[in-house]
Structure formats: C-alpha cells, structure tokens
Design a protein around this ligand. Structure first.
Ligand SMILES: [Zn+2]
Length: 60
C-alpha cells in the first residue's frame, strides 16, 4: 500500500501506571500507544494512561 504510512498517529502524553512517569508517545489510529524512542517504561509496566491527547510540538 504505497503512501499508506502517513499521519496515522497522534503525539500524546502518557503516564505510566507503574511508576507515574510521563512520556511523549504516539497514539495510533487503532488506539495503540507507543512511547517515542523507547520500547516501554523503564519500570517494566506496560500500563500507560494517555493524558490530554494531541500535543503539538514546535520542535517536532
Ligand atoms: Zn513505569
């Protein structure tokens, strides 16, 4: 599917349920969340709460 990979995700802030750390993450169209730059929280928890969604970053 050429060209399908674009703008299918939103930059969001998530908070880890395990240690309360906040991360910037991608939220994909299907609702999955992946922390940007790392595969998961350092504490090992995979339970992430998306906070207020859509964050616009001028440095993005
Ligand atoms: Zn954590």
């Amino acid at each position: 599917m050429p060209g399908a990979f674009k703008a299918e995700k939103e930059r969001v802030i998530v908070r880890c349920n395990g240690c309360n750390s906040a991360y910037t993450a991608w939220m994909w169209e299907d609702g999955r969340v992946s922390i940007i730059g790392i595969s998961g929280c350092h504490c090992g928890s995979e339970e992430l709460n998306a906070l207020t969604g859509r964050v616009t970053s001028p440095s993005a």
